[in-house]
Write a protein that binds this ligand. Structure first.
Ligand code: HEM
Length: 495
């Protein structure tokens, strides 16, 4: 008994000292919880707390998610080395507090490592080739027209965020999950998806995992069991059940009707299916070319969540800027009018001609890099970068919010919303814009996101002008894994 107590007190006297021992500054951690209590509020998203800490502690500092230490970096030179040039030293994302400690059949692309990640990435990339995107552009256009019809029906002021959520869910359900009969504004999964992103990071599971970090897998298993017993199923279970049923149904349809190409992602993945027993998982897995059944469901789950939340938020921020900057809106409308005169149909290659629109979307994402928490890496080979010694196991988080406002990179007008900066000649470093991350693990769905956003803006601005109302400003930021506007209220006036 005495020796257990002795070992425990020795262990805890060393807890959360990793950074102070290495002379790295940062906020003072609490015993067990580290800095968790400062970073788990839905009303003050973690990314914003991290940005505020950077102002105090500089371009490299440490904090603790429970007892998991993270190094926050906002020096783009260093980050360029980490996420682009030295990818072989930093190929995995950092494991967050509640993440399973080992790869397995349920590990998704966002969390997978080594050859396992490479296989998921290669197969996932099939969904975003030029050919695949061409196959789905008509569906995206149809959803964009439907959402704007819906806005038109609601007279006066609208919360555009809610409409964009309907839109991006409709697109992803159709193009990724093959739910072609689903109807926008009647999608029964919308509230479930919204609920997933509205869940605060503050919950009993994280507290327990902070106190006993070496039992994360067991804690997860207990909570999973608990969730199953709840009278109202957790939103994760609702979505997983729907996805499993969907994949199963499609498999049966293919058995009956043959492999009729529908162009959606489930079909692409089913073409690449293999028995799970043939696949090894984890960092030492082989690079088998195919996806197991569980992996198809996992891949669809990530596409559903990543495709729904990020793109709707990005569109909402862009609309907010357009309401506040009528001169930018005017220029954008001129570009759209000119584009529609030249193009009777909306083709994928032609969307690249909308240079100003792309600049507006990027500038809005520069101000609101809503998914910055995803850009993390773990050091797998010790190395030194710009005088800092990285050790194996160091978790790196990027502070994109600070980097995107760095005057040394973006100029003295960094804080201004000025899309023109994207059209001017610039010697900006590659890793300076991080809204989609960078390097080999850059966002897989980036091209789909741009396509959806462009389509929605063409349909919206060719029918309406966006005006601000007394409710438009200020925009309140909320979120846990991503940063969302709580709502974006604007007035849409028919042209
Ligand atoms: C405006 C919209 C979007 C933003 C801002 C965004 C942002 C990001 C970021 C920051 C990352 C991490 C990149 C890194 O670590 O370097 C990421 C990864 C990822 N995103 Fe997106 N994303 C968006 C849309 C989408 C869409 C539409 C999909 C799919 C339907 C998607 C699927 C993914 C996947 C699968 C990954 C993991 C890639 C990997 O680990 O290899 N994203 N995204």
């Amino acid at each position: 008994m005495y020796s257990i107590f002795f070992l425990y007190s020795r262990y805890y006297s060393n807890v959360n000292k990793k950074w102070s021992r290495r002379g790295v500054p940062g906020p003072t951690p609490e015993l067990f919880l580290g800095n968790l209590r400062s970073t788990w509020d839905y009303d003050k998203p973690r990314s914003i707390v991290i940005r505020d800490w950077s102002k105090k502690y500089g371009k490299i500092y440490g904090f603790y998610e429970g007892q998991v230490p993270h190094l926050v970096i906002s020096d783009y030179d260093m980050l360029n080395e980490i996420i682009v040039k030295k990818f072989d030293h930093f190929y995995a994302r950092a494991r967050f507090l509640m993440q399973e400690r080992k790869d397995g059949p349920n590990t998704r692309i966002t969390e997978a490592r080594g050859p396992h990640w490479k296989r998921l990435r290669t197969l996932g990339s099939m969904a975003f080739t030029q050919k695949s995107l061409k196959n789905i552009i008509t569906t995206v256009e149809h959803s964009a027209s439907t959402v704007v019809d819906g806005m038109a029906e609601q007279a006066g002021e609208v919360n555009v965020l809610r409409f964009y959520q309907e839109y991006t869910l409709d697109v992803i359900c159709k193009v990724a999950l093959g739910m072609h009969d689903i109807k926008m504004f009647e999608n029964e999964y919308l509230n479930t998806c919204i609920e997933i992103f509205s869940r605060p990071l503050r919950n009993p599971a994280t507290v327990i995992a902070s106190i006993i970090p070496f039992a994360v897998d067991e804690i997860r298993a207990c909570f999973m069991l608990l969730f199953k017993l709840l009278p109202r199923p957790s939103p994760f279970f609702v979505l997983m059940k729907m996805l499993k049923a969907n994949v199963e149904q499609r498999r049966k349809e293919r058995e009956t009707n043959g492999n009729e190409a529908t162009g959606d992602f489930i079909d692409l993945f089913l073409d690449a299916e293999v028995d799970a027993s043939e696949v090894q998982f984890g960092e030492n897995s082989d690079t088998a070319k195919k996806l197991s059944s569980d992996e198809i469901v996992g891949q669809c789950f990530i596409f559903l969540l990543a495709g729904f939340d990020t793109t709707s938020n990005s569109l909402a921020y862009t609309t907010h800027f357009l309401a506040n900057y009528p001169e930018v809106q005017k220029k954008l409308v001129e570009e759209i009018n000119d584009f529609l005169l030249k193009n009777e149909t909306l083709e994928l290659d032609k969307l690249n001609d909308l240079k100003y629109m792309e600049a507006v979307i990027k500038e809005s994402l520069r101000h609101y890099p809503l998914a910055s928490l995803a850009v993390t890496r773990e050091c797998s080979k010790a190395c030194e970068i710009n005088g800092f010694k990285f050790e194996v196991g160091d978790n790196i988080a990027t502070d994109t919010w600070s980097m995107h406002m760095d005057e040394k990179v973006w100029g003295e007008d960094a804080k201004e919303f000025r899309p023109e900066r994207w059209l001017e000649d610039s010697s900006r470093p590659r890793a300076a814009f991080q809204s989609f991350g960078e390097g080999p693990r850059i966002c897989l769905g980036m091209r789909l996101a741009y396509m959806e956003e462009k389509m929605a803006l063409i349909k919206l601005l060719s029918r309406f002008s966006i005006e601000k109302t007394p409710q438009t400003n200020p925009v309140k930021l909320v979120g846990s894994h991503t940063v969302s506007p709580e709502k974006v209220m604007v007035k849409l006036v028919q042209r």
